[in-house]
Ligand binder design. Structure first.
Ligand SMILES: [Zn+2]
Length: 258
């Protein structure tokens, strides 16, 4: 059986724990103790650590976890300096871990070296561990990349099957939805997501995972070809925007100031 569970750390980060056939992987352990507590309580060991990018809230727990679980192997981006990294990945690799098939995607934009992990389970369902690329109705900050790079990365993620489950690292959903409705006030699907997400948060539940289909319907950062989104970006910039990347870049800049 496959289980995927979020451990909440810090203010609004999730460490995703993946269990399959008695083996366990964690994605982006920004802290170690909550992960150790979770595994000990269930009598589990740790086999793999998967790391998407170098930011402190994604890597800080790695050293301690490899100390506590010495057999655990660290797979992560080879474009950046990652603690204890044993298997550097550049994107395009296929991996077989825990009896599951994985594909590594190179997705620069948030940082220049970020990768994402796409896993196909035994039923053929896709699971995307995308870290700070895409969130519910949002995307990561553009710290290092260009709008062209980031938009191309998001386009490659949105080209995955529509039912792909997306496990982002941050619980920014309600704030992101406020911004999404600022861009597309008449998007009824976003309004519906606001209701659903508010209820989940009131119950103390995560709003993730999301899906490719949900984001295509409501996330202004991947709706660069929608008239309302283009109109909002052109109004803000005062420019005629003639590429998807240009629209994306302005929407990203608008969010930075929102
Ligand atoms: Zn980050």
């Amino acid at each position: 059986m496959l289980t995927i569970y979020p451990i909440a750390i810090y203010e609004d980060n999730y460490v995703w724990v993946i269990e399959h056939q008695g083996q366990v992987a964690v994605v982006d352990p920004g802290d170690s103790q909550p992960v150790v507590d979770y595994l000990r309580k269930r009598n589990l060991s740790l086999d793999y650590i998967l790391v998407t990018h170098k930011h402190w809230d994604h890597v800080t727990g790695i050293k301690e976890l490899t100390g506590t679980f010495p057999n655990c192997e660290v797979y992560g981006t080879g474009h950046e300096t990652i603690p204890c990294l044993q298997h550097p990945l550049l994107g395009g690799e296929t991996l077989s871990l825990m009896g599951l098939d994985w594909k590594v995607m190179f997705t620069p934009g948030h940082t220049l070296g970020q990768i994402a992990f796409y896993m196909l389970d035994k039923e053929g369902q896709g699971h995307l561990f995308s870290a700070d690329n895409i969130f519910v109705c949002g995307c990561g900050r553009m710290f290092e990349g260009t709008a062209e790079q980031f938009q191309a990365s998001l386009a490659s993620l949105m080209a995955l099957p529509h039912n792909t489950l997306i496990y982002g690292t941050h619980e920014y959903t309600l704030a992101n939805i406020n911004f999404a409705l600022h861009i597309e006030p008449n998007n009824t699907y976003t309004l519906h997501r606001q209701d659903v997400s508010q209820t989940l948060r009131e119950e103390g539940k995560p709003t993730l995972p999301t899906t490719v289909a949900d984001e295509l319907k409501s996330n202004p950062f991947v709706r660069w070809n929608q008239p309302d989104v283009i109109r909002a970006a052109e109004h803000f910039s005062g420019l005629k925007l003639n590429s998807d990347a240009a629209v994306f870049g302005v929407i990203r800049a608008m969010k930075d100031q929102f």
